[in-house]
Design a binder for this molecule. Structure first.
Ligand code: SAM
Length: 222
């Protein structure tokens, strides 16, 4: 086996361990989520110098003072979305594009917004290289959603909001689910919002820590 094969096999083993020890051990049970996280190489979404840490149980820096989320948080938020493959999904906070790739494997179409030009460009490049043709990227303020393609069956926000942006609730389809961390600037609760014919139901999916969601219906500065 040559050096490159060795490296690939090492990453594959680290990925299987991550799924077993960080996801299954913490009660992630959605088989489709587990399978896709077993398959998608997280290392390609982080910089060269961090590839050997790609399967650690932690967020990692991706530049622009932002992070790729912890694998468990990606799995949990994805599981909470209850995707079956037909959905149109809006993602706010493209970041590295890793969560985007997971969503693109599990849903029909993903619309993803990132406020940083650099991060958006980098993520789009990786997603294109990997052959994802069901993802549309955009640079802008995700707190006001993407009206052109609304309503969305699912909305996922991967940065912490002071409160749930009204505009995003309005862009959620009836029967749709939104997952969003909301609360204090450095500590939030994962809110799971379901839109029904009679209104909106909200439940708390547990504590979490995200970088701030900055924009018109988010925090006012970085
Ligand atoms: N899901 C990403 C991943 O797996 O790499 C992690 C995203 S990171 C924790 C949060 C991202 O949200 C950052 O890239 C940040 O620039 C972005 N962000 C913050 N406020 C935003 C806004 N109003 N609209 C779009 N993106 C925003």
């Amino acid at each position: 086996m040559n050096k490159a094969d060795n490296k690939r096999q090492g990453m594959w083993r680290a990925r299987q361990s991550m799924v077993r020890e960080q996801l299954i051990a913490r009660d992630i049970i959605d088989e489709r989520v587990l399978q896709v996280m077993n398959r998608i190489p997280r290392e390609i979404f982080v910089g060269e110098g961090l590839r050997n840490r790609a399967y650690e149980d932690t967020p990692l820096p991706i530049g622009e003072e932002q992070t790729i989320s912890q694998p468990f948080m990606v799995a949990l938020m994805t599981e909470l979305l209850r995707l079956n493959g037909d959905e149109k999904v809006l993602e706010i906070g493209t970041g590295s594009g890793y969560q985007t790739a997971i969503l693109a494997e599990l849903a029909a179409k993903v619309f993803t917004i990132e406020r940083s030009h650099n991060l958006s460009r980098r993520a789009r490049q990786i997603l294109e290289n990997e052959g994802f043709d069901n993802v549309l990227t955009r640079v802008g303020d995700g707190t006001i959603g993407w009206a052109e393609f609304a309503p969305y069956d699912r909305i996922i926000v991967t940065a912490g909001a002071p409160s749930v942006p009204e505009t995003l609730v309005n862009q959620l389809a009836e029967g749709g689910i939104m997952v969003i961390p909301a609360g204090e600037r450095f500590q939030q609760e994962l809110m799971v919002i379901t839109k029904t014919a009679s209104g909106v139901e909200t439940r708390n999916g547990g504590g979490c820590v995200f970088v701030p969601l900055i924009g018109r219906e988010g925090w006012q500065n970085g």
